[in-house]
Design a protein around this ligand. Structure first.
Ligand SMILES: Cc1ncc(COP(=O)(O)O)c(C=O)c1O
Length: 306
């Protein structure tokens, strides 16, 4: 089938949610991709901040191939080695205490908010205008874009308060005795690459400490080298209670995760949260390969140079 015939399949069969460029991509190598007609492109999107090693990275491809030959999926009632090894590696690297594996950014944020609510027993979450936290009903409520809310207003959960970004006074005013969490991107991505003042995150950390509020950083877009450090909150010298991740974590395979301090993580007991696919052996093997590449190929030095 040619490009036009293939694109017509989406027009005829897909639920209409995306606007795409009129090319059908076939393969990639590093920063380049080729369409089915052999045209070469420089991929400036990197899968929307996903392909942190570029396309077709040999370590990532090999890890996925090797793992696929051994075990692709098992039930979450069994242990799998790649997920166990990765948990230890990432926890040791970041200084958090515990991990939960999810499949996407929205799901990671959904789990993080549940954890904060369970930990505090409170029902309000403060997030920022122009933020993006996902498209599930709860993360949509946290997302600070009115036009995304509009068609679903009737079903959005109560308790989400969007305040202007980079405005500590607005956060202070929004805090009540019911505040469970403040969720913020260290640098806003979808909102237009908004970089806050250097003291903004420190200020949030202080407000959270003083009021026993859970401080959640959403590093779904900023994580895995995007901003020059492994995670962007490191640039602001803060220690959040929870960090959420996705996109770059698996270098292209669908994966997400939550890192949390022992204190907050201990609020969850078996049955409070779960997942069928999260932390499966295939994606965990990919995530290990991404970390290998970061460690062995000085990816962060390259990010900073670029
Ligand atoms: C900061 C941030 N959080 C959450 C999400 C949602 O991630 P996903 O599309 O994997 O659900 C995104 C997606 O763009 C994002 O940029």
């Amino acid at each position: 089938m040619n490009t036009q015939e293939l694109i017509k399949i989406e027009d005829d069969y897909f639920i209409n949610t995306f606007t795409r460029q009129p090319i059908v991509l076939d393969h990639g190598e590093g920063v380049k991709v080729w369409d089915i007609d052999g045209n070469e492109y420089l991929d400036m999107f990197a899968g929307i901040a996903v392909n942190c090693l570029g396309h077709n990275h040999p370590k990532l491809v090999k890890a996925i191939q090797d793992q696929a030959e051994k075990l692709i999926h098992i039930s979450s009632i069994y242990y799998n080695e790649p997920a166990l090894i990765y948990a230890k590696r990432l926890v040791d690297k970041t200084g958090f205490d515990r991990i939960f594996y999810a499949n996407s950014g929205a799901e990671a944020n959904e789990g993080a908010i549940k954890l904060a609510v369970k930990y505090t027993g409170k029902s309000e979450v403060i997030s920022t205008v122009e933020s993006f936290h996902g498209r599930t009903i709860m993360t949509l409520a946290a997302t600070g874009h009115e036009h995304y809310h509009e068609p679903f207003k009737c079903i959005l959960p109560k308790g989400f308060i969007n305040v202007p970004y980079n405005d500590l006074e607005a956060i202070k005013e929004a805090v009540t005795e019911n505040t469970a969490a403040i969720i913020v991107e260290p640098i806003q991505g979808e909102g237009g690459v908004n970089v806050p003042d250097i003291e903004y995150l420190k200020g949030i950390e202080k407000i959270c400490k003083e009021n026993d509020i859970v401080f959640i950083v959403d590093e779904v877009q900023t994580g895995f080298g995007r901003c020059g450090t492994l995670f962007a909150h490191e640039l602001f010298d803060v220690k959040p209670d929870i960090m959420t991740m996705a996109k770059g974590i698996g270098g292209g395979v669908p994966m997400g995760g939550i890192l949390a301090t022992e204190k907050v993580a201990s609020a969850f007991v078996p049955g409070d949260h779960g997942t069928t696919f999260g932390g499966g052996p295939l994606v965990a093997a990919a995530a290990n390969a991404v970390l290998d590449a970061f460690e062995e190929e000085n990816i962060l030095d390259n990010v900073n140079e670029v």
